[in-house]
Design a protein around this ligand. Structure first.
Ligand SMILES: Cc1cc2nc3c(=O)[nH]c(=O)nc-3n(C[C@H](O)[C@H](O)[C@H](O)COP(=O)(O)O)c2cc1C
Length: 204
């Protein structure tokens, strides 16, 4: 019955190792689906999701993070409710992860200084718009000046984007795992919020 099943199929400890492995490999490899999870957060009235790029994974501190514009709508939501979930799915691995936790908005601190330094010259384009993302506009536009749109700005000129840059860390409280198999899915739950990791099986 276990033929062709991965070695973690019925093993919670191995699943937990596999989770961190998937996150770390997804972080480094932009071609993998784990590189671009959906980040979900919500206020009292409304929840929403959006794709983000995974920018960091710290297994020791049990946190993962992405970059965003401090003026974006998700920041307003997170200020009212600092909880979020990153949703991952890899079709070839047949694995879905829901990584949930408490959000820290890093703005103009040591974390953002380090991350901004590592942000490539051309990737800084996202932070160089004069107007906040999500504002309405009369005309179709990228929101960027022509020079910036055409990537004709120097590294020095890109520094101004730092004022819009922030790093959203999720301090992980729980991870839910779903493995799809033709003959018998497997679902598991990991509570990282306790001093000792708690792990249990769920009915898929
Ligand atoms: C492939 C892809 C990668 C993206 N990466 C990010 C990202 O790392 N950070 C981010 O804030 N938005 C990213 N976006 C844009 C978001 O999905 C979203 O449109 C934007 O953040 C505005 O969301 P908000 O209005 O909910 O704040 C990405 C979109 C795509 C399609």
């Amino acid at each position: 019955m276990q033929k062709n099943k991965p070695d973690y199929y019925n093993d919670l400890d191995k699943i937990y190792l596999k989770i961190w492995d998937l996150l770390k490999v997804g972080l480094k490899n932009r071609d993998l689906p784990f590189h671009i999870p959906v980040f979900i957060c919500g206020s009292k009235d409304k929840s929403d999701g959006r794709i983000v790029v995974l920018r960091g994974v710290d297994e020791n501190e049990k946190k993962i993070w992405f970059h965003t514009d401090i003026r974006s709508n998700k920041i307003k939501i997170l200020k009212s409710n600092p909880e979020g979930t990153l949703l991952f799915y890899d079709k070839s691995e047949k694995i879905q992860l829901r990584v949930s936790g408490i959000i820290k908005i890093n703005y103009q601190n040591d974390k953002t200084i380090k991350s901004w330094e590592k942000t490539a010259h051309l990737s800084r384009q996202c932070y160089l718009g004069d107007q906040a993302p999500g504002l309405t506009t009369d005309m179709p536009t990228s929101g960027l000046k022509e020079k910036i749109d055409n990537l004709k700005y120097t590294l020095e000129e890109s520094e101004i984007g730092y004022k819009n840059f922030c790093v959203i860390e999720t301090y992980i409280k729980s991870i839910e795992w779903l493995y799809l198999a033709a003959k018998g899915h497997r679902r598991a739950y990991f509570d990282l919020n306790k001093t000792k990791l708690e792990k249990k099986w769920l009915i898929p």
